[in-house]
Structure formats: C-alpha cells, structure tokens
Design a protein around this ligand. Structure first.
Ligand SMILES: Nc1ncnc2c1ncn2[C@@H]1O[C@H](COP(=O)(O)OP(=O)(O)OP(=O)(O)O)[C@@H](O)[C@H]1O
Ligand SMILES: [Mg+2]
Length: 456
C-alpha cells in the first residue's frame, strides 16, 4: 500500500453562510453560554452537541448516529459545522448533502461508501530515518545540460541543516530539489528529509525568525534538538478515502503518462471494491501491529429526507460494520413519505428501524431577541453597518418567516442603502428589499390568491 505520498482529499466545505460560527460555545462544564463562539441561544441543542464532541474524542461514538431535527433556519447546519470546529483538524469531518447521491454516473451506494471512507481516519505512526534541522544553506549546483544546447540542469543540491546540537551539510540528488521547491522551502525553515525515500517535509519557520513581519500566518517551530541525522517518529493523519485515491492513481515513473498526468491532474480513476478490500486488509494489519490507530470521524448528511429507501438500507448496514464513522443527520421535515417507497409515511422521512437506533437532538425556533443577536453577528461578519431600527425590523421579519430569509436580506439591503447614498442600513432599505424579494410563505400565498393566473 502506498502511504508515502498520500494527499489529503478532504472536501472543502460550503460554509459561507456560517462563517461566523467558530465552535459550540460551551464552557468546561459543558454549559452553553448565551452568546459564544458566534452561536446564540439554542442552549439545550448546543449542550447535547458538546456531549457528542466529548464522546467522539473519547472514541465512544463510533457506529452511532445522531439526528438534528427542527424547523428551517433553526441552526442545524450551523451546529454540525460547530461540531466540526470543536473536533479540530485531526478528526475527519465529511459534510455532504443527501441529494449528492443522485448522479447519473455513479451508483448511490458508491457515493455513500466514498463519503463513509472520507469520514474514517487513520493515524499512522512510523519511525523513520531522517535528516532534520533548520535550513542554513540551499544551493542548487548547475552544470551544462547533458543534452547540449543552452540549457543548464541542476546536478545536485547542497543543503545545510542546523539543530540545537550541530550542523550538517548534505549533497542531494536533483529529484529532491524538486520536492524542496514544491514545499517552498527557504533558508530559515525547519524541514526533514526522509533518508529512504528522499521526500521532503516543511514543518514551519524556525522560531528564531518569529519577529519577522509576515503577511501570511506562519507556523513557527523550534529548532530541532538532537542530531541532524536521526530516527524520528512521524505521525500521518489520513482518511481511508485518501488511501483509496493514492493507490488508485495510475503509478509509474518518469514516462510519458506521468508527464501527461501533470496536465490531467484531476483525472478520475476508478476506486474498485477490490481495491478497498485490499486497503482494508492492510489497514487492519497495521492496526494489529500497532503502527496505525483508527480515528472514527464524522459523516454529516444534511437534508437526510432526500435519501431513498435503498440508501437508508445501505446506511443501516454500514453503521453495523466494525469500521464505521459517527453519522450526523439533519432534517427539517416532520412526517413525510420516505423517498423510493410507495407510500410509507414516517417521522422525518426516515425508516423507523433506522430512526430507532438514532439519538435525536431538537432545535427550536428563535425568539425575537435571539434573532436580532444573530443578525447583528452576521452583519458584523459581513462588514455591514446597520442601525438598531433596521435590526429590530429584520428580527420581526425573521420571526414571521425564517431566520435564513432575514439573514439573506442583509446584503441586498446594504447595497440599496449604498445606492441611496448612505453606508448604514436604514429601515426603509429593509422594507423595500422585503417587498422586492418574497419569502417562501408569502410566495405560496400569492400562488393561492392568484391561482387562476398561473399555468397548471
Ligand atoms: N444559534 C445560532 N447562532 C448563530 N447563528 C445561527 C444560529 N442558528 C442559525 N444561525 C445562522 O442562521 C442561518 C440559518 O441557519 P442554518 O442554515 O443552520 O439552519 P438549518 O436549521 O440548517 O435550516 P434548514 O432546515 O433550512 O437547512 C445560518 O446562516 C446560520 O449560520
Ligand atoms: Mg440546513
């Protein structure tokens, strides 16, 4: 199995609407503060989510499922993302929307399987022989190109590494120079080079440079202790899906295909069941040998009522398997027909036998005061100035319709205020925008009153 060059394949999350959410905002005792980490109110649900986070960290949740249930705009998606933030980057979190399973190219269960594997982490610990230190010198040595002509090629690289204990100068192969460039290594960075494979890893900037002014956030690391040449325990966090992808890629050396490969980066290679089985076998062996440790992460399936009976059956069975993540569902549906069934009506549109093994966390509608607090936070995050009257007005709109609708009115209202030559939203702006853009309920009312004007 290939684990040297495993790249993370984590999905980028669609969080624009939730960028103000930084965590669950519960204290050490697990009590939710009224306003904290960008979240407002919804205290019981936040405390329940806090317990889920603790259980996940203590590895007591694998193979279990949670359902966030409540009316539209009550913060279900926001809570799931807050859980992800609390878990940090070491625990995999894979968000998906149920309708992603409907694709003409891939089977529904294959999509679910892929996302399951994105949510299962593996922490691999290996002791490797490395050269580690702060880079003191980085000199590529060029010679006339062997092909003749004007080109010059790098024949070798001289690199100086410094630790607290000593210095070492290494003469390295040009292929290593490529990985040094890929990692954007500069003098003053702390790196290590694996002795066997020659792969280079940049760990951060040496903290003796910590007073430099950088625009980008840099991670500063101390100058390593011990010798430059040593044995080092290297920890890699990957997901099973990362391993699937790394091993499915057509492998090969410097041939035409790999040159082409650079141009067709995102080329789809099929991950077969056979490959997955192979990988599971190796993973299990690693776990038995104590080299690797399983880190069950979270699969978040939003709008779960969009799944059909076939998917639910598959999920139910997958949850029973020994390697399973924690699954968090969310839905705003009450009683409705399960998709793909003739007419089985069930709570939340989910089969009863699956619901039966799920723990349900409820979210409830916000009071006016809470709506206003949330709108205020959203306005701040988006850099929108708004006066108290307009906030009150948007809050009222939110109570009558949904929080999401009220939040969505912020940006257009701000644009309108600018058109009107101001840079603060006034109540008139909000009212005008409210009349221009309908919410779902108003629109439905129009459809009923003007029924005969529409096509049927
Ligand atoms: N308690 C809260 N604190 C701060 N912001 C919140 C809170 N609840 C919801 N929001 C914000 O309000 C908006 C709507 O919430 P969200 O999308 O989470 O609702 P939802 O319950 O998932 O709705 P739906 O059922 O329609 O998917 C989002 O921008 C979200 O970040
Ligand atoms: Mg949602």
């Amino acid at each position: 199995m290939k684990i040297e060059e495993v790249k993370s394949t984590a999905k980028t999350q669609r969080i624009a609407a939730h960028s103000h959410v930084k965590g669950l905002g519960v204290d050490e005792k697990g009590v939710a503060l009224q306003v904290a980490a960008g979240l407002v109110g919804q205290e019981p649900a936040r405390e329940a989510c806090g317990i889920v986070v603790e259980l996940i960290k203590a590895k007591k949740m694998a193979g279990r499922a949670i359902l966030l249930a409540g009316p539209p705009g009550t913060g279900k998606t926001a809570l799931a993302l807050a859980i992800a933030q609390e878990l940090g980057s070491k625990v995999p979190f894979c968000p998906m929307v149920a309708s992603e399973v409907y694709s003409s190219e891939v089977k529904k269960t294959a999509v679910l399987m892929e996302n399951f594997r994105r949510a299962i982490g593996l922490r691999i610990k290996e002791t490797k022989e490395v050269y580690e230190g702060e880079v003191t010198e980085l000199t590529p040595c060029e010679t006339e190109s062997a092909m003749g002509g004007y080109g010059k090629t790098v024949s070798h690289v001289i690199i100086g590494l410094k630790t607290a204990k000593g210095n070492k100068q290494l003469k390295l192969d040009p292929t290593i120079y490529e990985s040094i460039q890929k990692e954007k290594v500069e003098v003053g960075d702390v790196i290590y080079i694996e002795a066997n494979t020659g792969s280079v890893k940049r760990q951060g900037r040496s903290d003796s440079f910590a007073t430099e002014f950088d625009l980008e956030a840099e991670e500063y690391v101390p100058v390593p202790k011990g010798d430059v040449h040593k044995k080092k325990e290297i920890v890699q966090d990957v997901t099973l899906h990362d391993l699937d992808v790394a091993n499915a890629r057509p492998q090969g050396g410097q041939d035409i295909m790999s040159v082409m490969g650079q141009f067709m980066k995102q080329k789809k290679t099929e991950i077969t069941d056979k490959l997955r089985k192979e990988i599971n076998k190796v993973v299990n062996k690693y776990i038995d040998q104590g080299i690797a440790e399983l880190v069950p992460g979270v699969l978040f399936i939003d709008e779960v009522h969009m799944l059909d009976l076939e998917c639910f059956t598959y999920l139910h069975q997958a949850l029973e398997s020994t390697i399973s993540p924690i699954v968090i569902f969310a839905t705003n549906r009450g009683h409705c027909t399960i998709k793909g069934s003739d007419d089985i009506v069930s709570p939340h549109g989910m089969p009863l036998d699956l619901l039966d093994r799920i723990m349900i966390i409820r979210t409830s509608p916000y009071a006016l005061e809470e709506m206003i607090q949330i709108l205020k936070i959203r306005a701040q995050t988006e850099g929108i100035a708004i006066d108290e009257d307009s906030l009150q007005c948007l809050g009222d709109i939110g109570v009558k319709t949904t929080l999401r609708y009220a939040v969505q009115l912020l940006t257009p209202s701000y644009l309108l205020s600018k058109v009107n030559g101001r840079d603060v939203i006034h109540k008139e702006d909000v009212e005008e925008i409210r009349d221009l853009f309908h919410d779902a309920k108003t629109s439905a009312r129009v459809l009923t009153t003007d029924k005969d004007k529409y096509l049927h």
